[in-house]
Design a protein around this ligand. Structure first.
Ligand code: UT7
Length: 318
């Protein structure tokens, strides 16, 4: 018994914020942002769009592309750092918006590694016979947790959602998965705020030691790639498409070079999406599927690194 991708979907809010727009808001430039990150533009949700709205649009597309209807879904996992509310989970809100009830629904909070964590969990549900069609969504509205006067962070992130239906299959889909975390790095990338007595204590905005994250990410991406390949008894040459978390083109290309993986096999959407945290991997995956780049039977390596630090990789056959 295996779990395999039945279909994918994604959604981007209509409003686009370009680097030139940002240069009117903070002391930055299109040249600096593009040279350091590969980002030209990002999408930004409207004031009344919440994570579950983005998740709903992406999820509906993934369900339709799987030739299923919402009633077929028997597990919902939403990876998000920017939930609609403190509780209930965005997954429960999404379930209600999909018009279904009863199946387990919960959020995963592993920041930019959230989608890789969610696939791994869904795969365990499916191979153990506890679910048949899992809807997994990465949905983020980072625009809500950015200090728009801080040029070191506000230029990096964007909003969006990506989704996948992982279904039970006789054919291999998920081939290997490895997850990691090291909470010793918590302060390197965080939103160090919480709600207490009706007030926000600490800061409600993203704070980051960019250099430390950069260095850690390149090492972790390489290490976990080798770990999943070894677990699946495969080599770098077997990877048809490498879809890392889309944070920075320099991190992605440095990892590909370390792995000696040709850059033509690297899927990158960071130029138009920015860093959409838990949504970035499924957004990139869906775009590449729709563009006809990724075909059935090809091997995909999905990798995430994010706040925590958390990191992980999933090797799967599409
Ligand atoms: O999902 C994971 C989340 N985070 C990441 O993946 C981030 C990982 N880190 C990075 O992507 C990079 O470290 C950054 C893109 C954040 C920064 O790039 P960098 O090459 O490490 O630049 P830097 O932080 O060393 O800054 C270089 C200079 C500094 O000025 P001085 O000190 O040299 O005078 C910054 O103040 O660039 C300045 N700077 C900016 N200039 C124009 C920082 N942000 C900006 C900006 N526009 N937006």
């Amino acid at each position: 018994m295996y779990s395999r991708i039945a279909g994918t979907g994604s959604y981007l809010p209509r409003k686009v914020l370009t680097n030139h727009d940002l240069a009117k808001m903070v002391d930055t430039s299109d040249e600096w942002i593009f040279a350091r990150t590969g980002i030209r533009e990002r999408h930004v949700a409207t004031d009344n769009e919440v994570a579950s709205d983005l998740a709903l649009a992406a999820g509906q597309r993934a369900i339709a592309n799987s030739d299923l209807v919402p009633a077929d879904i028997d597990l919902i996992i939403v990876a998000t750092t920017t939930p609609d509310m403190v509780f209930p989970s965005t997954a429960c809100i999404l379930q209600s918006k999909l018009g279904i009830r009863g199946c387990p629904a919960f959020d995963v909070q592993a920041v930019c590694s959230g989608f890789v964590y969610a696939i791994t969990i869904a795969d365990m549900f499916i191979v153990s016979g506890r679910a048949k069609n899992a809807l997994i969504v990465g949905a983020e509205v980072y625009s809500r947790i950015l200090d728009w006067t801080d040029r070191t962070t506000c230029v990096l992130f964007g909003d969006g959602a990506g989704a996948m239906v992982l279904s039970v299959s006789q054919e291999p889909g998920v081939l290997a998965a490895k997850l990691h975390a090291d909470g010793g790095y918590a302060e390197k990338l965080c939103v160090p705020g919480w709600i207490c007595g009706g007030k926000t204590i600490g800061s409600p905005f993203v704070q980051m030691d960019g250099g430390s994250v950069f260095k850690f990410a390149v090492g972790a991406f390489e290490e976990v790639a080798r770990e999943v390949l070894e677990a699946a008894k495969m080599s770098v040459a077997d990877i048809d498409w490498f879809i890392p978390h889309q944070a920075n083109i320099r991190i992605m290309e440095a990892t590909a070079r370390k792995l000696e993986l040709p850059l033509e096999r690297l899927i990158s959407t960071v130029e138009h999406h920015g860093n959409t945290s838990a949504a970035s991997i499924p957004l990139a995956l869906d775009e590449a599927v729709n563009a006809g780049q990724i075909k059935r039977g090809e091997n995909l390596l999905l990798e995430g690194v994010g706040g925590g630090f958390t990191w992980g990789g999933v090797l799967l056959r599409y």
